[in-house]
Design a binder for this molecule. Sequence first.
Ligand code: IMP
Length: 434
Amino acid sequence: MNVAVVGLQWGDEGKGKVVDLLAAGFHIVARYQGGHNAGHTVYLGDTKCVVHHIPAGIFHEGIEVVLGNGMVIDVIHLMKELKELNKWGIPWLNRLRVSNRAHLITPLHRYIETWEENFLGQGAIGTTRRGIGPCYQDKYGRRGLVLGDLLQDDWEARCDTQWRHWKTLYGPYDNVHAATVEWKEFLTSIQELRPILFDIVMQTDSWLRQRLSKGSRILFEGAQGTLLDIDHGTYPFVTASHCSVGGIPIGLGVSLRSVHHVIGVSKAYTTRVGAGPFPTELLDDEGTTIRERGQEYGATTGRPRRCGWLDLVALKYACDINDVDGIVITKLDILDVFDTLKVCIKYYINETETTEFPVRAEDLALVKPIYDNLPGWSKQTYGINRADDLPQNARNYIRYIENYTGRRVIALSSGPRRHETAWFEEPTNWVSKK
Ligand code: IMP
């Protein structure tokens, strides 16, 4: 059976840990979208390891990982990640495959993004400024560079086409001129890195299909979250890729029939980085308590995350878009200190109450959340690894989520380490050990 792990909120749900937990039951872990805007954290003992492009499955011996055609790759950053893997003693050669049709992020993309974000001012998206959006713009503008281009003899001329394109369009502006030095450095780095690229870049879609036909099991690793999906998220305050489960067949070149089971990951509360509407956001001490207890600072940019109560209207929408088979709830312990917990069960908009999620950002910005109050459990749940050890009110909180969404909560992550997990349902039905 092949399983997908997707985020059900605005990213940062803890997918990295869930992928790491499940990976041992699979042969391959594959990412299908996004780039190094993601930051997936895994603890190896006490060592905190963060990967940005590389699937979190890399931390399991013998598992192969794929960076699919739906991804955008900053090759120089990817090489830094490989060096980190070396430092942590994780072998990657012959285990890591990158699609020859994944798109290449260049320094120009970062410059253009900075220029666009500055231009938008108050209306900025609050991106990670890693060039993700402009790289996808080049992809859909049908002028993008793909990793396979770097393996060709005329790779420099191909890169030059992009440079000339943007220089002509943005020529009068400082940004492109300022990028000249960085562009030259970029070409030099690519020249140095090409030998490694020859080892890892290939046509991953046909490789995956072959492996599937021979019975290999794949764990599909989503990045960001459903509410940041370019189509199904809170547009325009979204990322530029398909984070929801629909991105898998396109972003890897496998049949949609190869996705057998979908696990959604959600925090016990809500966070968001960057701009955009956030109905349950807490701008008071409670929000600060969640941020500090949850250490809610971006794994990629270090930015403080906006924090708020669990929004069940949004969560149910995300569950439905992905048709999830089960939910993993993370960071419940952060709520241990609250006497009363609020969960948003309806929105008030245009003088009516609704349980529909208005995806358009301008509509979502108008809603007022309607809450239900649930009693806290005033007891430490950090590190709990048996469902039976949970305080009754914490169980009630989980049951409430299940009843509202109509989906089962299969596990609770009670801390960042592998053993800090309580399964409500052992994953043996859909994860078979090798
Ligand atoms: P971009 O992906 O850098 O273009 O940023 C677009 C929006 O997605 C911004 O609000 C970012 O903060 C958000 N975003 C991108 N990647 C992540 C992530 O991995 N976690 C949380 N938010 C993200």
